[in-house]
Design a protein around this ligand. Structure first.
Ligand code: GTP
Length: 622
């Protein structure tokens, strides 16, 4: 007996393209729901849907092969099983099957595939009217890439959803976009269309692809009509609600704590983590599963720090107060790396040089994500998220961490910022303004201009918060984690404590030492001001606190959601030393005034000023 299937997979379904005349729709509905409970139902439209398409790289797009238990329900010429596929497909043996259906009933991967030595990956995608989510897309692309890396005998990857058009096409287009950077969505859709006509035939899937890759959909781009084999049965199916109910559009204000990007598979994250360590020449000791965020971290400026400023040549910049991320640019995508050393994929574009078809590949940057608040031309308040790049660890797979900072900074400009800005001027289809954030290089000023430039001009004119200044050694290498030569001076010295309410109701503060949290006996916390009325709510959270010298208490300023550990004792000692040394802004500026009069500074500032003037002239002429 041939039966129809429930709308679990394709939305609407039936096997025979028969027109039914419904006298009583509810009676018809209940008849159908009885049929839907049947096991060997043939997916709607499946029967006349072509079996598979041409290869696209290693991928064969296909409709779902049905297990042999379906054969009794199918005319012999319509059967399509893995056994058939493996026997007929001698030329190109299968190595991997990626199943995008949302059910397990079409075949048994253990008997049909694994026994034959074929790998099987299931990525459940519900289909219907929603496109596969971003995390599933990341998983799909990762699985194909991983397979290609270990696929020495050039086997193929069969990718199927129910019919091998919409979900399959969607994933294949993502794969193409990520393996051929700077390919356009239109080209990728055409590649899929050529291999498996009529390609993707759901317009919302096509729109989602253009929107994901920040491209304008050309007016000439038309969505192919639903194929005949699918349409004939569609007409007689029950009407199901197609679109989700209207959700009122809420424009959310941006904050530094927003989670950006999409999760990536664990294996991919591990590889990238190890790459970061390799680029910084850090040995992985013990389990590589617990790698720590390796980003360079400044220490608080104290009296000893002044000695360092005298001996080595420093520049200064404002300390942007947003969220710290390192950023890895690869041809497959761009990844934000947070303080917990987790990677999330964001859709961004980083071309190498104008008009080249290459993008940055394995370039590792360091910077701060900020939210700029400003008024637009009409005086309306606006927000823009920006990533301020302030350092670089690797460029196109080549480590630069041991190069002097001045060199790393010019490489950021030459290899990352300028090519992007140049391409922005010429690109037609790609819409940089649709990216989740802008990208800028951070400006560094001569130490002699700290007061005038950094404190009096830059900081007051910023559209984001700044909590101090950074003193950056101009000749220094990039140093992993705590960097004694990278100095920070803050308007308010702060420490991130873990706060707990003890069993006796006591407020407890903890710091991190030797792999565990250490109770800071004798340290008192005092919650002050609006929003801090119920301290119990913050138990178990990391609180950034400033030190009130008068009352000798720690006062919470904000909850740190971007970190998983309180500050270490080293940081704490550094901050306390800086507080006790009493380095106020006045003390800092007085000291710097003396430092820049030292012969070494006088000479280097002269040379750098001349070089900057020459560059400005050159730019004007160019
Ligand atoms: N190196 C550097 N760091 C900057 C710059 N601008 C902002 N920062 C940020 O300053 C942070 C270090 O200052 P802290 O105040 O110690 O940062 P924090 O985020 O509170 O981190 P903890 O010390 O762990 O509490 C870095 O992690 C960067 O995120 C810059 O130009 N250079």
């Amino acid at each position: 007996m041939i039966t129809t299937m429930p709308p679990e997979e394709s939305g609407r379904s039936s096997y025979l393209p028969r027109k039914r005349h419904l006298e009583n729709p509810s009676e018809e509905q209940s008849k159908r729901s009885r049929l839907y409970q049947n096991a060997n139902v043939i997916p709607h439209g499946w029967l006349d849907c072509p079996r598979f398409g041409h290869e696209i790289g290693p991928i064969i797009p296909s409709k779902v092969p049905l297990s042999e238990s379906y054969n009794d329900h199918l005319p012999p010429d319509k059967r399509y099983t893995f056994r058939q596929l493996l026997t007929n497909n001698k030329r190109n043996k299968l190595g991997l099957v990626i199943d995008l259906t949302n059910t397990t009933r079409y075949y048994n991967p253990s008997t049909d595939l694994r026994r034959e030595g074929i790998e099987y990956v299931k990525i459940r995608c519900s289909g219907r009217d929603s496109v596969p989510d971003n995390v599933s897309v990341n998983t799909f692309v990762h699985e194909v890439n991983q397979f290609e890396r270990r696929n020495f005998s050039k086997k193929s990857v069969l990718v199927h959803c129910t019919h091998g058009h919409n979900r399959t096409g969607f994933m294949v287009v993502h794969y193409l976009m990520r393996s051929s950077p700077l390919m356009s969505v239109t080209q990728a859709l055409k590649t899929f269309y050529d291999a498996r006509p009529p390609g993707i035939y759901k317009s919302d899937y096509i729109d989602a692809l253009y929107s994901f890759y920040h491209e304008t959909k050309p007016e000439s781009a038309v969505c192919p009509p639903t194929p005949e084999w699918k349409r004939s049965e569609e007409n007689e199916s029950l009407s199901l609600p197609l679109s989700s109910p209207c959700v009122p559009l809420v424009i959310k204000r941006m904050s530094n704590d927003d989670v950006l990007g999409d999760e990536i598979p664990y294996g991919q994250e591990k590889c990238y983590q190890e790459f970061c360590y390799e680029m910084m020449n850090i040995k992985i000791e013990g389990r590589s599963s617990s790698l720590q965020f390796p980003g360079s971290h400044p220490v608080s400026l104290d009296r000893e720090g002044f000695q360092l400023l005298r001996r080595r040549y420093y520049y200064a910049t404002w300390k942007a107060d947003g969220t710290r991320y390192m950023m890895l640019l690869t041809r497959e995508g761009c990844y934000l790396i947070d303080r917990k050393f987790r990677f999330r994929r964001v859709q961004m574009r980083f071309p190498c040089k104008p008009h080249e078809t290459k993008v940055n590949d394995y370039t590792l940057l360091d910077g701060e994500m900020v939210v700029d608040n400003f008024l637009d031309g009409q005086g309306k308040p606006r927000q823009a998220r920006r990533y301020l790049v302030y350092d670089m660890v690797a460029v196109n797979g080549v480590p630069v961490s041991d190069r002097p900072f001045s060199e790393r900074w010019s490489v950021i400009d030459r290899e990352v910022i300028r090519p992007r800005n140049d391409e922005k001027k010429v690109t037609k289809g790609y819409r940089y303004e649709m990216e989740p954030f802008g990208v800028r290089i951070k400006a560094f000023c001569l130490l002699s201009s700290v007061e005038k430039k950094v404190f009096n001009e830059l900081i007051p004119s910023l559209s984001h918060d700044s909590d101090g200044i950074i003193l950056q050694g101009w000749d220094e290498p990039y140093v992993y984690q705590r960097n004694q030569a990278l100095l920070k001076w803050k308007f308010l010295d702060t420490i991130d404590f873990l706060f707990e309410v003890g069993r006796d109701g006591r407020y407890l503060l903890f710091l991190y030492e030797n792999g565990r949290n250490k109770l800071m006996e004798g340290h008192t916390v005092e919650f002050r001001g609006d929003g801090w009325e119920e301290p119990g709510r913050y138990s178990g959270k990391l609180l950034e606190c400033f030190w009130d010298k008068e009352d000798k208490v720690w006062v919470p300023m904000r909850v740190r959601v971007d970190k998983s550990q309180p500050n270490g004792m080293g940081t704490f000692r550094g901050v306390m030393k800086s507080i006790n040394d009493g380095i106020t802004k006045e003390v800092l500026l007085k000291e710097i005034k003396e430092i820049v009069r030292l012969p070494m500074y006088v000479e280097r500032i002269r040379v750098d000023t001349l070089a900057a003037e020459r560059r400005r002239h050159g730019n004007r002429r160019g």
